[in-house]
Design a binder for this molecule. Structure first.
Ligand code: NAP
Ligand code: G4F
Length: 395
């Protein structure tokens, strides 16, 4: 019988960690994941994969640890003896990295060094292949459009600078110690389990809540920013493909299409039959409901009409979406000290050399995210109607 391959995923509780775990388990891997200690459970995204540690033959095993703790990482890698390491753990929020630059450098930059050096120290250079979660944020103030593996970097945030160190230390360990260590320079990828404070999920959650009458308005930052958004499921497949290649290399993974934040908002509201128009400029720009396709609205929300809830439901009358209502405004608190205005990737190398293709386009992605958030928010609606309180997850 063929020996089961063993993978170690740091950041297993994150969006990509969850999808990658599912993907590798389906391929027959034994998956070990690094999770941080937190005061409440932080395993929502992987709870469906959880296996009772008292049961024999577990193939999904979680370990406590932290990217800032070398001793912990060395011990775990020694115990696990992984064939593949996927280093996904990071403080991954660009705006937050301006608030926590030193920690971001430690976890995202030095954390990568800790993984690489643990493998070297343990003499696993020949056995263990390493995937480093690199990012299109490295291109920052872009020097070329679209961006490919040969585009020069110009990072624009503490996050991107930390990831730039991680990128080069990965290249250096590959060249210096002949390790199979690769960077996947991934452009933005999203999903229904994307963190709630990234712009796509913030938009789909708010759209669902506004459509259901649970929220009045959403406040966003830079609506002109352009991103190359793909689906996380397509991207974790590529992480695995990168480690199965004949040679260790660095790869750009992107859809090759870019869209503004404003258009992402438009497309999300369209999913619930609401047409928006944008008026004003800069910090005075607002989004107003221009039209409501009643049939589509009713189909999407399950509301038989634009329903007016009772005060007793804890939902104010003003929350209902109606034509002419302002449901979006700009709040400068979401601007960044330095912004990445435009990202669009050229994934030709991944397509031609590894045969990677995206299965999802942006419209598919938004549809899936909207359906998921509508379901989630309908649950909130029921709870409120039943007199229960709901979680107040806002940024
Ligand atoms: P995510 O949802 O924010 O997940 C990040 C993961 O890292 C979480 O499991 C988090 O744990 C963990 N983590 C954070 N700090 C840690 C520390 N000090 N020690 C151990 N674990 C820590 O991010 P993602 O979207 O899945 O992205 C995965 C990786 O790809 C990240 O490195 C990100 O920077 C990079 N990337 C993402 C994209 C994208 O568009 N999604 C694009 C390019 C690159 P908790 O759950 O406890 O917070
Ligand atoms: O969704 P975002 O926060 O993602 P960002 O900054 O592009 O970073 C993500 O993708 C990177 C890959 O390129 C990853 F490396 C990184 O870990 C992360 O996953 O912001 C996207 C754009 C930005 O230009 C931001 O200024 O949306 C703009 N934006 C406008 N209003 C907003 C908001 N972003 C957030 N988070 N919240 C807003 O209200």
């Amino acid at each position: 019988m063929k020996k089961q391959r063993v993978a170690f995923i740091t950041g297993v509780t994150g969006q990509d960690g969850a999808y990658l775990s599912e993907f590798l388990l389906k391929k027959g891997y034994i998956v070990h994941g690094l999770k941080r200690r937190s005061s409440l459970f932080n395993t929502d995204r992987i709870d469906h994969l959880y296996q009772d540690p008292h049961v024999d033959n577990q193939n999904f095993i979680l370990h406590y640890g932290d990217m800032t703790d070398s001793t912990n990482l060395i011990r775990l890698i020694k115990e696990i003896q992984p064939d593949e390491i996927y280093n996904l753990a990071a403080m991954s929020h660009v705006a937050v990295s301006f608030e926590t630059p030193e920690y971001t450098a430690n976890a995202d930059g030095l954390g990568t060094l800790r993984i690489l050096d643990a493998v070297r120290l343990l003499g696993l250079e020949k056995k263990t292949r390493i995937y480093q979660a690199s990012t299109s944020e490295l291109f920052g103030k872009v020097q070329e459009v679209p961006q490919s593996e040969t585009t020069p970097f110009y990072p624009r945030s503490p996050y991107a600078v930390a990831k730039m160190y991680a990128y080069w230390i990965t290249v250096n360990y590959r060249e210096a110690y002949n390790m199979f260590a690769c960077n996947g320079i991934l452009f933005n990828h999203e999903s229904p389990i994307r963190g709630e404070t990234f712009v796509t999920r913030k938009i789909t959650r708010a759209t669902a809540r506004i459509a259901l009458g649970l929220q009045d308005k959403v406040y966003l930052g830079n609506l002109d920013a352009k991103r190359d958004w793909g689906h996380a499921k397509d991207y974790v497949r590529m992480m695995w493909m990168i480690l199965q290649a004949n040679e260790p290399e660095d790869w750009v993974i992107a859809t090759g299409t870019t869209t503004t934040v404003r258009d992402f908002v438009r497309m999300s509201f369209k999913e619930v039959g609401i047409e928006l128009e944008f008026k004003g400029e800069g910090i005075n720009e607002v989004g107003i409901i221009k039209n409501i396709d009643q049939e589509k609205y009713e189909q999407a929300t399950g509301n038989s009409s634009v329903r007016v809830p009772q005060q007793s439901e804890g939902v104010s009358r003003t929350h209902q979406p109606t034509i002419g209502k302002e449901i979006l405004a700009v709040d400068p608190r979401y601007f960044r000290p330095t912004e990445v205005d435009l990202l669009i990737g050229n994934p030709t190398k991944a397509k031609t050399k590894l045969g990677w293709e995206c299965k999802y386009n942006l419209a598919d992605l938004i549809k899936e995210m909207m359906q998921s958030d509508l379901k989630l928010m309908r649950k909130d609606q029921y709870l409120k109607e039943g007199g229960y309180t709901t979680l107040n997850y806002f940024e």
